[in-house]
Design a protein around this ligand. Sequence first.
Ligand SMILES: [Zn+2]
Ligand SMILES: [Zn+2]
Length: 321
Amino acid sequence: MMRAARFEGEGRIVVESRAAPVAGPGEVVLRVRACALCGSDLRPYRQGWPLTPGHEVMGVVDAPAHRLHGRRAVVFIPAFCGECAECRSGDMQLCTKADLVGWQRPGGYAEAVAVPERCLLEVPDDIEDTLAPLQLDTIGTAAHGVRQALRVVAPGPALITGAGPIGLGALLVLRGMGFGPISVVEPGAYRAGVAASFGARVLSPEAAGELRFTLVVEAAGKDAARQLALEAVAPRGALVQLGESDAWSIRENKAIRRKDFFLIRSFYFPMSEYAANCDLLRAGRAAYRRLVDAETGLDGLQALFAEFAAGQRLKPLMRPG
Ligand SMILES: [Zn+2]
Ligand SMILES: [Zn+2]
């Protein structure tokens, strides 16, 4: 048996005992050490979910015959097919046949989870348990977006709209890749304060709208932020769209129309970038530690989600042990 969270919706999270996961063909069982909360988890938190969520998972491999048995690993979310054109080109995150761990497959708000063996990314010994989950959405997603932009722009002045976990991750990645000065638009005082402590200028939307930036990282997923991002990107600059939501409503105006710029959408990251992302984490370790601002066991998960939903936490962890 094991304990796992069930998201019932309207902020209710029930911890229940159920049968321990069994590894299917090509899978291994992971004993969860940490699962980071993500803004996208607020959907299951509010609406309920048929499976256990949690997609920023780190654990210890429990598969005696496997080369990683007893080793720590994080889980690459897309359970990719390995055969389609995207998978064969190394962009397994773009596999359209992939089920996502913590969404269409059970995730990490549990003591254990069965995951595809091919989705394991081994955690180097010098990266502590609490920072390892940052390799996924926080560093992986942000760094891939910035690398896509570096195909078309050189490091220079940058703006980030939204200093939540993704935006702050992007801030640290931009710093690590030589961008600056870095400005941030963020209405929340706590998040803005953390951004400032990382060396960013905190601007009002109006002030940011008067300036132009080589790179804009849109990490709010809100229409107002997208509008600002499209206006504030410099001529010949790049806008990386990382924030997600279901619908866009953009007002095309002169500031957008009369300008050449690159609009880049990127999703997650290729596994081949993982080693370089570990180096980014090492180089900014003290700052990344600030992002992990709370942890709790399974029984405290509902209370932690309430704080997270209120914007009081950045990248808190559930640690079942
Ligand atoms: Zn996430
Ligand atoms: Zn595929």
